[in-house]
Write a protein that binds this ligand. Sequence first.
Ligand SMILES: Cc1ncc(COP(=O)(O)O)c(C=O)c1O
Length: 380
Amino acid sequence: MTIRPAASETGDPLLLTPGPLTTTKRVKEAMVHDWGSRDATFIGVNKAVLETLPKIIHGQDDFVAVPMQGSGTFAVEAMLTTFVPRNGKALMLINGAYGHRAKKILDIAGRATIVHETPEDTPPNLVEIEAILAADPAITHVFVVHCETTSGIRNPVEAIAALVARHGRRLLIDAMSAFGALPLDARVTPFDAVAASSNKCIQGVPGLGFVVCRKSALAQTRGAATTLVLDLHDQAEVLGKTGQYRFTPPIHVIVAFHQALQEFLAEGGVAGRGGRYEDNARILIDGMAKLGFAPLLAPALQAPIIVTFHMPKDPAFVFQRFYDALKERGYVIYPGKLTVADSFRIGCIGALGAAEMRGALAAIEDVLAEMGVRLAAKAA
Ligand SMILES: Cc1ncc(COP(=O)(O)O)c(C=O)c1O
């Protein structure tokens, strides 16, 4: 008997990945039109998008959303090279690939950095950060990744922000895979800017990064950027004056993002979206434990975004075969990116719920049997 593979509303395999992720049919359908970039209809849609983003972090009075064409890294590079001045110095908190990438961005831009690095399964050490800040008055900024997607770890952004503020320094956050799902409240957590993108927890399609910037901090960055394209101050100034982008915007992506934001708000914003992802992650971790897979992270460190599992030791387990057999059944998982352990990852985000997570677990069980893999089940 052939079983029909699982599929999204549009018949595609389900993406259990950290984004680009499975979007709803309505998000994709929003794109089947043409709009002029200087036309009032598009300008209105774009304005609504930009007005919504600061509200997600409770920053509507003091923050402005500055879009940046491109993938998430474009937004991170724009944030770092606009906010860290040429004579500034950034303390980079690194526990995964995205922290390393941010440091590389500043190295190329010729900004001074100092690194506090912990293993991929370990959050930054607050005592050590405190000592570094106390010892080095040249440090102007601190950079942290909210959910390090490399492992799925949730870094303690609130505690780091309080510490950085106590030392009179500025915090910049890469919340690419967290924005819209993990709470971040600008009223109580001090930071200057947070970068994210259209194709993660808001569940839009890829093509637009954005940085939600503290207005007073952005105002101090005139002329600070290293490149014309990634100058957030200039981008914000022109958009503010004309409603228009300096360079061609990804119009269809922005219109789809507008639809995705409506769906995000209808789901109850961060509480609703984050709550569904929490459920997805719990079902996944419990079900995988029953099948004998151990997660990398302790529950207290695990963000409900993407879960890293240790690669089973059974020689019958060949990851590429496992991946391909799951894809045939309609589930796309994600390879590992860790240096600390041989692993693979399964995402909990996107237009997926309990039924899809349970379907993925059933498919995994089926594939293990097909491969002849025997694992010892563990309690979650
Ligand atoms: C934490 C984090 N930062 C940055 C990025 C880079 O985003 P992109 O691949 O869209 O450039 C990602 C992508 O997954 C991410 O998870």
